[in-house]
Design a binder for this molecule. Structure first.
Ligand SMILES: [Zn+2]
Length: 325
């Protein structure tokens, strides 16, 4: 792979998509203070409304202190993105209202939307992330992936695909356990013809949903390789899990310090990275079907490996003491 010349003579990229699950003012602000101190700007997803299902928890824009915190990090250069307007089942009218509220409070619409796991208003969510026959396999592996996902189905009460197409520039799909995300998917940001009607550009991420996986994947050696390869890491995680008993995960602290002392790293939010990559590769890259199938197979294997073999994905993590206490 040809090395990319990043702005300001930077040699590699490290950034994060922070999924807002379990994020409260108290357990999130210290993490962002720490990241800011180390010059690492990332993308934080948010909910406009509080969770209405029993499975999820976290603050939303309705919480005054949390809202001020979100505005504060936005002013500092962090990107704010959408994680559906809330957790649970949302209907078109509520979603449109939520997006307007988002704009009124933050001054602009989101550029990135990430589906929250089981929302019926997800766009090309669940098993639809895969093509046949993998879509079939994923239904077996993750039964919740087989339920209804209708954000892009006209006529469904959860439909908002038309607005998604209009407002949202980037969506996330296939994930890898390599730190260097772009080595896994050199096409990003790309167009997926099968999802073109209600989406624009797609990107991949490094699958590290919790601190167990973060600490396994983000090793000094992997970071050195990322630097040497001139790579791009877009890591996907839930920073809302990383504080326990008032302390940020020690592994996370050490790794972020290790990354941040590399002066040649470009630590900017996801949209900044993707906009740059798009300019660099002239944009409008349609991902070939054969490449898609390869990425799907690899992604499926990663999901299987961390759920069934290593058992450190969220399925196991969320049943552990580290999560519940
Ligand atoms: Zn989520």
């Amino acid at each position: 792979m040809k090395k990319i010349c990043f702005p300001d003579n930077k040699k590699f990229v490290f950034t994060i998509v922070d999924d807002t699950d379990d994020s409260f003012l108290e357990n999130t602000k210290p993490i962002y203070d720490f990241l800011f101190e180390h010059g690492i700007l990332i993308t934080k997803t948010i909910w406009v409304y509080p969770p209405r299902d029993r499975e999820s928890k976290g603050h939303s824009l309705q919480h005054q202190g949390y809202r001020s915190f979100i505005l504060d990090i936005k002013n500092k250069g962090y990107e704010i993105a959408l994680h559906n307007v809330g957790s649970g089942s949302y209907f078109r009218k509520e979603i449109l209202k939520g997006l307007e509220e988002y704009k009124n409070l933050l001054g602009e619409y989101p550029n990135i939307h990430i589906n929250h796991s089981y929302n019926a208003d997800s766009i090309y969510g669940g098993f639809k992330r895969f093509s046949f026959p993998f879509s079939f396999l994923i239904k077996l592996l993750h039964p919740v992936y087989a339920q209804k996902y209708e954000g892009e189905i006209p006529g469904s009460p959860h439909f908002w695909g038309d607005i998604h197409k209009k407002l949202i520039k980037y969506s996330r799909n296939y994930e890898t356990d390599q730190l260097n995300t772009i080595k896994f998917n050199p096409y990003m940001p790309y167009i997926d013809k099968s999802k073109e009607q209600y989406s624009n550009y797609w990107f991949s991420a490094t699958f590290a949903p919790n601190q167990w996986m973060f600490n396994k994947i983000v090793t000094p050696r992997a970071v050195d390789n990322l630097e040497q390869e001139g790579g791009v890491c877009i890591l996907y995680t839930h920073l809302g899990y990383y504080m326990k008993n008032g302390k940020i995960d020690q592994g996370f602290i050490e790794k972020i310090k290790y990354i941040s002392q590399k002066n040649n790293g470009w630590f900017v939010p996801v949209s900044t990275v993707l906009d740059f990559l798009m300019e660099n590769n002239a944009g409008n890259i349609v991902i070939p079907r054969i490449v898609k199938l390869k990425l799907e197979l690899l992604y499926l294997f990663v999901r299987f490996k961390y759920r069934r073999i290593l058992k450190i994905d969220d399925y196991t993590f969320k049943k552990s003491n580290e999560y519940s206490s």
